[in-house]
Every structure is written in structure tokens, then in C-alpha cells.
Design a protein around this ligand. Structure first.
Ligand code: SF4
Length: 327
């Protein structure tokens, strides 16, 4: 389903008085599938905000539809471009199109268009069980690809994805090997290592004696029809009768700021905050992690008001250990 430009008009109106930097992240499904003409209509309402310099467009795409015209579009509207690709061809066998065809060759072709047009791009890669023992190949691939940064998502159990990696030793070794290779050749940014190293630096300074202290992001996510969920885009389309399927309102009826102002009365946000409080009390990783993601807690454990998940062990605890053990 395509988003109606009326929805983006409403979004634009509802954030027009927001005086902080805003990143609009276009993702979910394949955002380029709506075509350039329609996408141009969607971003039109944000022109004024964009010109003031407080709003940025970022897109996360599988890259298969990128061509010269899309490159022109990205350049003229100053888009930050993120590509979803998991590594060399063998690592992408789960990236198939609706017909069940592998998409690797088309992703690489799309990336080549970006390179030919000097458009910087970042990468998000899913690390499957098959990739865990091949950190060197994966890292070398992304160096060769010349992305500016890569973020690794260890495959997780979330919404429709029921596969999950549970082998902690393999995950520990992956992060450890990856950190080794990155240290030896740090030509691209690895998102997770940058976050950890900057946090270590911050915690070591005199100014930052306080722990993370229950700071969390609410990440409003809006569907094609204007429905809004908070905390995690993975909640879009999820079934949770106790939380009204996580939908907290619709942009056509209420402004985003109004919803954010009443978020303390939203039960799953409350559950999430209580879960973070437990994390703060119980977890030695809290000052680095801040309490994890609501969606992982919900999809793994069936509760948001909780603490440790496989995801946080694999994605927060293991990379931190890998970095700290090798510093
Ligand atoms: S690592 Fe896990 S248990 Fe620890 S603070 Fe993060 S989410 Fe909570």
C-alpha cells in the first residue's frame, strides 16, 4: 500500500513547530517501490522545513530499484542513503524478491549507480548464523564496497522473523574477530564500535559521572495510512490486543506532538520505562546499553516490562566485551 501525500502533509504540519533537528527515515517494505513521481509528492510538504536546515531525509532501501533518475532525486533532495545488504553473495540468500528470486546482483547494480554519482551510502547488514564464522570475509566485502559506515544486526526474533541466533560463543567470536579486523584496517566506520568507543570516552571524562539514567528514544513510526506506533518500527503491524496493537493514534486526527505529550499515559510506554528501571538496577551493562529495545523484549519474552533478551546479549553485551577485552 502506498502512503497518501495527505499523510505526509499532516506529519509536516504536526512537526512544523518542533524546534529540534528532525530525521525523517523512509523505510519499511521497499520505499522506492512507489516510484519517483509519487515519492516527490510525499516529500513536497517538508520542503519548507528542509530549507530551514532542521530536517533531514534518510532512506533505507534494498537498492534494487536505484538508477540514474533515483540518484538525481537523492542528490537534488539531499537524501542520506542506506542500503540493506548482508555481505558477499553467499550471505544474501535470504534477500529475495516477491517472486523468490535472489536480489544480490540487482543490489550491487544499484550501489554502482550511487558510486558513479558520488553518492555516499551507509549499509545495514543482517548477520545470520552462516555469517558468524566469516567476519573477515564480511568486513573485507564492505571495505571493498566503500560504504561510509556499516551497522551489523545479529539476526533476531522479531515480528514475522522467527529465526533467532542463540549461540553466544559464536556471537562473541564474531564481534571479537570483527573488532580485530576493523582495528587492523579501520577504513570504514562500524556503527557498533563507534557507539561503544564514544561511550567509553564519554564515561571516562570528568563531565560525565552520571549513568545513562533512563534516557530513551520514542521513535514515532507512521504507516502509509497515518497510524502511529512508538518505541520501535517493528511494532507496526504487530498483534498485541493488550496494547491495541501498539497503535497510539493516527496523524490524520491528532498531531505527533500531542501524542508525544501524552505518552506517559500509554501503557506499553509505561511498561517499557519500568523495564528500563529494572535494567538500571540489575544490569552491569546499563550505562552502555540504556535498557535495550522494547520490540525485542516483547517478541522474545512476551513482555516489555522486563530486562535481558537474546538480542541484548548478542547486540549489546557481546560487542562491548569484544571491544573492552581488546583495548
Ligand atoms: S544489556 Fe539487556 S539487560 Fe542490560 S541494560 Fe541492556 S537491555 Fe537491559
Amino acid at each position: 500500500m502506498r502512503m497518501n501525500p495527505v499523510v505526509t502533509q499532516k506529519i509536516s504540519e504536526s512537526i512544523s513547530d518542533y524546534n529540534k533537528d528532525i530525521t525523517l527515515l523512509w523505510h519499511g517494505g521497499e520505499p522506492l517501490a512507489c516510484g519517483i513521481k509519487h515519492f516527490s509528492l510525499l516529500i513536497e510538504p517538508f520542503k519548507k522545513l528542509k530549507n530551514t536546515g532542521i530536517l533531514d531525509h534518510t532512506i533505507q532501501t534494498n537498492g534494487t530499484l536505484i538508477n540514474e533518475n533515483w540518484c538525481e532525486f537523492f542528490i537534488s533532495h539531499n537524501f542520506n542513503v542506506g542500503i540493506s545488504i548482508d555481505g558477499p553473495i553467499w550471505a544474501n540468500k535470504n534477500r529475495i524478491d516477491k517472486k523468490g528470486q535472489e536480489t544480490y546482483a540487482r543490489i550491487i547494480k544499484g550501489i554502482q549507480y550511487l558510486k558513479d554519482n558520488n553518492i555516499n551510502f551507509t549499509v545495514i547488514a543482517v548477520v545470520s548464523k552462516e555469517s558468524l564464522t566469516r567476519a573477515k570475509e564480511i568486513y573485507e566485502f564492505f571495505c571493498m564496497l566503500k560504504c561510509s559506515s556499516v551497522g551489523f544486526n545479529i539476526e533476531e526474533k522479531e515480528n514475522v522473523n522467527k529465526r533467532e541466533i542463540c549461540d553466544n560463543n559464536m556471537v562473541t567470536n564474531f564481534w571479537s574477530d570483527l573488532f580485530d579486523f576493523w582495528k587492523a584496517n579501520p577504513v570504514i566506520e562500524v556503527r557498533e564500535f563507534s557507539q561503544i568507543l564514544s561511550r567509553i570516552e564519554l564515561l571516562s571524562t570528568e563531565e560525565d559521572k552520571e549513568p545513562v539514567n533512563l534516557q530513551y528514544s520514542i521513535y514515532p513510526s507512521i504507516t502509509y495510512n497515518g497510524d502511529i506506533v512508538l518505541l520501535s518500527p517493528e511494532f507496526l503491524g504487530a498483534k498485541a490486543p493488550q496494547y491495541d496493537d501498539f497503535i497510539v493514534g493516527n496523524i490524520n486526527n491528532e498531531s505527533l506532538l500531542s501524542i508525544i505529550n501524552r505518552m506517559n499515559n500509554i501503557s506499553y510506554v509505561d511498561d517499557y520505562v519500568n523495564g528500563i528501571k529494572k535494567c538500571a538496577m540489575d544490569c552491569e551493562y546499563f550505562s552502555f546499553c540504556g535498557g535495550g529495545w522494547a520490540s525485542n523484549k516483547f517478541f522474545e519474552l512476551g513482555s516489555i516490562n522486563t530486562t535481558e533478551t537474546v538480542f541484548c546479549r548478542n547486540y549489546k553485551q557481546r560487542p562491548l566485551e569484544a571491544v573492552v577485552n581488546q583495548l
